[in-house]
Design a protein around this ligand. Structure first.
Ligand code: ZN
Length: 518
């Protein structure tokens, strides 16, 4: 089509429900496959995302040469106007965020929300496709400091992946960005620089887990040592606020803490409260203009957070002027990685409802479900209640859907990953909450291609694959090349449609129960 106006061609491509690629011919380059929903106008220019050969680029079509000069790329002169071909780089993502409001994260507020963590940086577009079908507000950029270390990713990469995803999919409803499990002020600095807006404070190192088993005398002794100055309080004043009181949380729910309960809560969570307030104040004083909302997570602790302990922590934080948007208790039952909830779901439901009532009374804020991947029984329970506000975090399950895609499309590669993961499991499981037994996961040479796919429905295999992601994605060979990462990325690039479909189907399963309930 010599001389045909590129802008004319782009303006005739209409948005499309599944965002299926459309091929156009660019005179000097040949075929470019365009995501219809990625076409956005900026003044007289047209921006879009599309494939050329095996790579995905950002493109900008202008009526005049030089129109895309603010982007980093190479200009291709056309018969009419010019086309900039740009990599999906950090610099270009920064430009996109400057130009398009919807490409920047925003605080989500009290709306129910769902976190779509990803470790490969290419799952977000499929997350967008699933999220767009539901009311829950999405958090597309979500990564904990631990996951950044394990995957050797930078906070910027996590943010950029979310920006490219909403741009590619034409998603304009706003997304959140969760800097997950922050433990230090340096963690805050790192995530603020990358533009995160949701800050999850993890004071788990300050939880005194043995408070559950100490005697009252031991507890009283320990309570004396709490950082009372930081708590802006003293032992007697605090005790009087709770001990022997009847706390009316809701019409049908009261708490009556006795001396022992108050002492246990104080010792178990006193330092948690002090540390949380310290991190909150650091953030507010250091970055007063930065949009921020705060979650407190105590999910990664040994002992269950009782309703009174939840009340105690939240009410003390409120006294210290720390507003929460969500709180993640350590729930009753087992929230193991990558598999469904283990425990009595009716007991969970009863306890969850108490946590909701406390959150409504002291906030309102959301109850946050960590290790939320694949907890279908929990979603049904919460969906059936239709009370309070909820936030869910998932991460590992997107990696498993990536591996499912590899197993379906390149079984030989998946066989290598499976045996590698089996060999690393015993070491890697140490920092995760899992119960898988290696002997229940067959070696690759004992499985047919079809049986490889069945592993994704088997709890032991899911966990073995889940906890070894860091080693799979970062191990290099003697020549410095990645053992698996490049081949996994190549496979998922070639089979992007299968990968997106697997993710979309899987997340619709996650989101649906919150709408309809059990
Ligand atoms: Zn967590």
């Amino acid at each position: 089509m010599p001389g045909q106006d590129m802008i004319q061609i782009l303006s005739e491509i209409k948005p499309e429900k599944q965002n299926a690629l459309q091929e156009i011919t660019v005179e000097p380059l040949g075929a470019v496959r365009v995501y219809p929903n990625s076409i956005h106008t900026l003044g007289d220019n047209f921006l879009f995302i599309g494939w050329h050969g095996q790579r995905k680029y950002l493109w900008m079509a202008s009526r005049q040469p030089g129109g895309g000069n603010e982007l980093n790329g190479k200009e291709i002169p056309l018969a009419a106007g010019a086309l900039m071909q740009c990599s999906l780089s950090h610099e270009n993502a920064v430009a996109i965020r400057q130009w398009f409001d919807f490409a920047r994260p925003v605080p989500i507020g009290l709306d129910d929300s769902f976190g779509f963590g990803d470790r490969l940086g290419i799952a977000n577009p499929a997350h967008v496709r699933a999220a767009a079908q539901f009311e829950m507000r999405p958090i597309f950029a979500q990564q904990s400091i631990r996951e950044l270390e394990r995957t050797q990713r930078e906070a910027d990469e996590v943010m950029d992946a979310a920006t490219w995803a909403v741009f590619q999919e034409g998603y304009k409803d706003g997304f959140g960005a969760d800097a997950d499990h922050l433990k230090t002020t340096a963690d805050f600095d790192r995530m603020v620089r990358a533009g995160f807006t949701f800050f999850t404070i993890d004071p788990s190192e300050y939880v005194q887990n043995d408070a559950d088993v100490l005697s009252v005398a031991e507890l009283a002794a320990k309570a004396g040592d709490l950082p009372w100055q930081e708590l802006q309080d003293d032992f007697e004043t605090l005790s009087v606020r709770y001990e022997g009181q009847t706390i009316r949380v809701a019409d049908d729910f009261t708490l009556q803490p006795n001396r022992e309960m108050v002492l246990r809560a104080m010792v178990k969570y006193g330092r948690v409260i002090a540390h949380t307030a310290k991190l909150y104040r650091y953030m507010k004083e250091t970055y007063p203009e930065h949009p921020a909302e705060f979650e407190l997570s105590v999910d990664e602790t040994d002992s269950v957070t009782s309703p009174f302990e939840h009340f105690f922590v939240a009410s003390e934080l409120k006294r210290l002027g720390v507003p929460l948007i969500s709180l993640a208790p350590r729930f009753i039952g087992e929230f193991e990685k990558g598999i469904d909830y283990k425990g009595d779901i009716d007991v969970f439901k009863t306890e969850y409802l108490k946590h909701v009532k406390i959150a409504e009374k002291l906030g309102p804020y959301k109850i946050s479900i960590h290790s939320g991947s694949d907890k279908f029984r929990v979603y049904e329970a919460i969906g059936s209640l239709q009370q309070g506000h909820v936030h869910v975090k998932t991460a590992g399950t997107s990696y498993l859907e990536a591996l499912r895609t590899v197993a379906a499309t390149e079984p030989a590669l998946f066989r290598e990953i499976l045996d590698f993961s089996r060999a690393r499991f015993e070491v890697e499981k140490a920092t995760y909450h899992v119960s898988a037994r290696l002997e229940n996961v067959p070696a690759a040479d004992r499985l047919s291609d079809g049986q490889l796919l069945e592993l994704f429905g088997q709890d032991d295999a899911r966990q073995v694959l889940h906890v070894t992601f860091g080693k799979v994605l970062t191990t290099t060979e003697a020549n410095g090349k990645y053992l698996f990462k490049d081949r996994i990325m190549q496979c998922l690039t070639e089979h992007e449609d299968v990968h997106y479909e697997n993710l979309q189907r899987h997340f619709i399963r996650h989101l649906q129960p919150f709408v309809s309930g059990a």
